[in-house]
Design a protein around this ligand. Structure first.
Ligand code: SF4
Length: 75
């Protein structure tokens, strides 16, 4: 029987990010601000950080952060 698995994937759209660093303030274990003043993220943050990640998604003034659920069917 195929097994449904899902995983969460976190992305920052570098073309939208303006380096406000609100995400870094809200989830410092997940986001970092690079030398180019663009945020980068751990693409698969642990579940213990999902609350912080969702707060960062809501807070980002550029809506540059997406946290999506990907479903894959196993065999
Ligand atoms: S809050 Fe949004 S715009 Fe600001 S650094 Fe984070 S991703 Fe970039």
């Amino acid at each position: 029987m195929p097994e449904d698995t899902s995983r969460h994937e976190l992305r920052v759209d570098r073309s939208l990010c303006e380096g406000h660093a609100l995400c870094v303030d809200l989830a410092p274990d997940v986001f970092v601000l690079g030398d180019d003043e663009v945020a980068a993220a751990d693409t698969t943050p642990p579940e213990s950080r999902w609350g912080q990640v969702k707060a960062a998604v809501d807070a980002c003034p550029r809506q540059a952060i997406t946290f999506s659920t990907l479903h894959t069917k196993g065999r």
